[in-house]
Write a protein that binds this ligand. Structure first.
Ligand code: TGC
Ligand code: FAD
Length: 389
């Protein structure tokens, strides 16, 4: 399958990887080639997510791969990033499934949960037996989660939740939702299990992007949860935002995979497609496009490799993750659009993966903090001036 088993490695970055990192990458690449690529266009066409992949991803140690203990694989962050890259080389929706499970739902419990909650949920989530989703965005609060209207009030020894979360990946297939709500003291988080009275989900249809991924609305009407379902260490907006840092890290790597697939597909195409007297690859304008694509992929790879080193060293800053997410996703989107153009009419059909990646990347550019929101995060960091309000 196009782009699945070939690398783009102009600067021999492979030499900088440890054997275990390459092993993790190669195992996921083989899985994707074997199990995902033959089916993905059908799932995209029919707006379905292939749940049969979950157990296989769990067997590969993908869920919570960079978390330690609780049945998680305890891989380093470069191995984790390479896994995200290989998943997204197939489809951004597949990487999204793994990101939400690992970096958002599992990480929320890992970082803000009690020991009992970690023991209860994380091993089952690592095994793919429990699926999680992460409800931060609301119909009227996307870039500005601090404005959320979902409320939790104390009721005896428990809590009552009311509110709506929208655009929630995995929402209707999740066994548990991490839900962020305002209480008197500020923002905090809850684990709401499927089937809890008053908790309902419905799917958002008609998407032209992320069609092989489930996106839902979550409604909470007087949902009662006990203290055992409250994340005790989630105090303030910092708690969900620290989960976003984990997910943005994986997205920065994932975007390289989508870009690589588009680039390799366009490269193959222009070598064989003849117009006028010779292959398209022989024309200067076509070559310039390819060189620009290769350059952006290579820069994105270098950013991620360094980011992974910083994360493993424990010195990575959220703003560095914003830099990587903003740059890499935007570069991938431009590469996908250019590749689409280079295939001419063939660029719009699902015989080739480019149009699917291009449409998916529109979402990736928006979720987890839009391109402009990342710009404002970086602008605030370098100037000390807050331009959000
Ligand atoms: P602000 O004052 O900036 O921050 C509040 C507190 O949080 C801390 N903080 C962070 N901590 C860790 N990681 C980060 N990335 C952090 N960003 C901020 C900050 O230090 C502060 O701590 P403290 O202790 O001083 O209180 O809050 P603000 O209201 O001004 O926030 C602005 C902004 C824009 C940075 C933030 O709200 C933002 O990032 N907005 C974008 C929203 C977003 O990305 N939503 C994503 C929803 S999840 C999703 O899309 C999943 S997609 C599926 C998939 O991943 O595949
Ligand atoms: P808005 O915030 O309304 O932004 C609209 C436009 O205004 C954007 O261009 C933005 O950059 C710009 N803008 C906003 N504020 C400013 C400003 N201050 N200055 C200049 N420009 C500004 N959320 C979850 O919580 N969990 C999930 O699992 C999840 N999965 C998703 C899956 C999909 C397929 C999609 C599409 C979204 C998902 N989201 C999820 C929601 C996602 O995080 C939000 O869509 C995103 O944060 C942007 O919010 P918004 O759509 O409300 O756009």
């Amino acid at each position: 399958m196009i782009g699945s088993s070939r690398d783009v490695d102009f600067f021999n970055l492979d030499e900088l990887l440890r054997p275990e990192e390459k092993m993790a990458r190669d195992a996921v690449r083989a899985f994707v080639s074997r199990e995902v690529l033959p089916q993905i266009e059908q799932h995209f066409a029919h707006e379905t997510f292939d749940r049969g992949l979950v157990a296989q991803m769990a067997d590969l140690g993908i869920f919570g791969a960079n978390l330690h203990g609780y049945g998680c694989a305890g891989m380093n962050n470069i191995a984790y990033g390479l896994i995200m890259q290989e998943l997204e080389a197939a489809d951004s929706g597949l990487r999204s499934f793994a990101s939400v499970q690992s970096a958002l739902a599992m990480y929320a419990i890992y970082s803000s949960g009690s020991e009992e909650q970690k023991q209860r949920y994380l091993p089952e989530m690592a095994r793919g037996k429990l699926i999680g989703c992460f409800g931060l965005t609301e119909p009227d609060h996307g870039s500005d989660p601090g404005g959320m209207e979902t409320r939790a009030r104390r009721d005896g020894r428990g809590w009552v939740l009311n509110g709506v979360k929208r655009w929630i990946t995995n929402g209707s297939i999740a066994d548990l939702a991490i839900v962020w709500a305002k209480v008197e003291e500020g923002v905090t988080g809850f684990i709401v299990e499927r089937g809890t009275p008053g908790f309902a989900t419905s799917d958002i249809h008609g998407k032209f992007s992320m069609r092989a991924s489930i996106t839902s609305e979550l409604v909470f009407e007087d949902v009662r949860v006990d203290e055992a379902h409250h994340l005790p260490n989630a105090r303030g907006l910092r708690a969900p935002l620290s989960c976003l840092t984990q997910a943005r890290y994986g997205i920065a790597w994932g975007a390289i995979g989508a870009a690589r697939t588009c680039y390799l597909c366009a490269l193959d195409y222009v070598k064989s497609r003849k117009q006028f007297s010779r292959p398209l690859a022989g024309y200067q304008m076509v070559q310039r496009k390819l060189v620009n694509m290769l350059t952006e992929i290579t820069k994105a790879q270098m950013i991620c490799l360094r980011l992974g080193q910083l994360k493993d060293a424990g010195t990575m800053r959220p703003e560095q993750v914003s830099f990587a997410k903003r740059n890499n996703v935007n570069a991938a989107l431009k590469i996908a659009r250019t590749a689409r153009d280079m295939l001419g009419a063939n660029g719009i059909v699902n015989e080739y993966p480019i149009i699917r990646h291009m449409l998916n990347l529109e979402t990736v550019n928006t979720y987890e903090g839009t391109f402009d929101v990342q710009t404002l995060i970086l602008g605030r960091d370098i100037t000390g001036e807050n331009a959000f309000d």
